[in-house]
Design a binder for this molecule. Structure first.
Ligand SMILES: [Zn+2]
Length: 97
């Protein structure tokens, strides 16, 4: 289980105040730190994304998304970028499937 990846994703999440675009500092940073690529708005870290919230989301991730990780590890085993891209998209967007 790549908990470190999930936690880094959640901790690095930034949301645009203006348009709601989501960035991830470790994986998908904006071109200019703190500034939305799409609209130039201010990026912020949601105050409810506490350690407790991270822990809860990680549990949800493990229960609902971990099977997908196994699938993508198999499907993308010749392409590490593909393997990492799919699970982190699910985690960071809060969407499952
Ligand atoms: Zn924006």
């Amino acid at each position: 289980m790549r908990e470190e990846v999930a936690l880094a994703c959640l901790a690095g999440r930034r949301t645009c105040r203006n348009c709601g675009a989501v960035y991830h500092t470790p994986f998908n940073p904006p071109r200019q730190a703190g500034v939305c690529d799409a609209c130039g708005g201010e990026l912020y870290q949601r105050p409810d994304e506490t350690k407790e919230a991270h822990s809860h989301r990680l549990q949800v991730y493990q229960q609902q998304t971990a099977p997908l990780v196994d699938y993508y590890r198999f499907a993308g085993r010749k392409n590490e970028n593909t393997y990492f891209m799919y699970p982190r998209t699910n985690i960071c967007s809060g969407e499952h499937g």
